[in-house]
Design a protein around this ligand. Sequence first.
Ligand code: UD1
Ligand code: MG
Length: 490
Amino acid sequence: MAKAKPRKKSVKRMAVAPTPRFAIAIMAAGKGTRLKSKRPKVIHEIGGRPLLEHVIRAATQVIPVKDIFAIVGHEADKVRAAVQHTGVNFVLQPQQRGTGHAMMVARPALKDYDYVMVLSGDVPLIRPETVRQLRDFHLQNRAAMTILTALPENPAGYGRIIRKSKRGDAVKAIVEQKSLKKAQEKVREINSGIYAFATKELWAKIDKLTTKNAHGEYYLTDIASLLVKAQKRVLALPAAEVMEVLGANTIAEMMQLDAFMRLRKAETLMSNGVTIFRPETVIIDTEVEVGADTVIEPFVQLLGRTRIGEDCRVRSFSVIKDSVIGNGVMIKSGCIFDDAKVAAAAIIGPYSHLRPGSDIRENAHVGNFVETKKARLGRGSKANHLTYLGDAEIGEGVNIGAGTITCNYDGVNKHLTRIEDGVFVGSDSTLVAPVTLGKGSYVGASSVITDNVPANALALGRAKQIVKDGWAKAKRDARTAAATVPSKKK
Ligand code: UD1
Ligand code: MG
């Protein structure tokens, strides 16, 4: 259908309000003392990614990454290194004197923005929908500050929201756990540590923060009451899902969030046609993709950027990382894959170890206690038992006998083993690289192959068999004779 041309007449000249300039600042400079860990809290992982990366990814789905600033401080280099691939900007808070201080330090970087949303690097389940909702609510209500809140079962440890009245969205103050008065302890509505601010209002009050509190820090939360005293509008917006605003201040809390996130991932996969038995036992990272009708058994781990096709089965205790699996692949129990490729209808395992650069083609079989590294196993080829294939190019329809070893390393360099189509390698063979087995050739069992084998040839690299007729019987007879004590002649 032809597109209707816009009618020029209808285009009126109107004064259009300039698009508000929005930034997101993510506070991630704290040490995370309550974690009792040597590593900074925000780079601890849940769902296979650092806490901070989850927050950055939620933010980048709402505004461009050029407008997102991560405030780093404690072990800043490590934190930067963990998330710099996201393209986020960094602000350095060299000394961590509280969440209010973090925003004081970020002020110059945010000078060109009309609004800033503040997220916490340790509140990782926040969804982009909620960040968007917070922005829209804040703009529609022309608030100076909007606080994202929640009503968890157990509010202990969080700052509490003191509302102006039971009705309406207006907030009077945020009171930190340690400063709660007896009557306020009953308040269940918590501060998520996620806010939207009109920057003008925030900067007007930020220098008024003091450190007169239980921690001797500048609390960003105190901005709420400072704005209220100045007759500015401070509102609360309860989040739709409690879990998404829960913080991770201890390892136990972090693991609860991890379990929740993984269950959420498993549920998403199941809603797309993947069968997962006992989903509470599997560990599936956020980015993993699995096709419909694939079955995942209990205690499987699918990690990193793994992609699995349709109609596969992944049996228990397999750990698959950064690997690409085609359709209809069977992965038996106890396999370990790392950066491997497996094409359609291949059968792997049990107990196969596919290391980086493994490239298993259609219908190939890799069996128990077989290790591959930088090795292509061509279509329909089989290496079913007790084998090491490293730095190897193996063609189609090849049979690799049990106990075959490619000797790829001479102590200094790695060398290539080439096995062309249709080769038969007998069991317990040692292929000393660099070496080529020509098309259709045959290697006798237990050979040590050091030279190239021409196409269609038989290569035997083993000691010739010697047969001594009657030798075993003679030995036995001699032993029996020695054991028989001759009776003394009278
Ligand atoms: C904060 C809130 C609390 C809220 C809770 C929600 C304050 C004073 N309190 O408490 O009301 O219920 O979050 O999770 O804000 N950070 C910096 N620089 C600093 C200090 C902290 O960047 O100088 C960062 C931390 O790395 C962390 C975030 O700010 O990602 C929050 O700090 P944290 O110490 O965890 O605050 P909470 O005690 O959880
Ligand atoms: Mg916290």
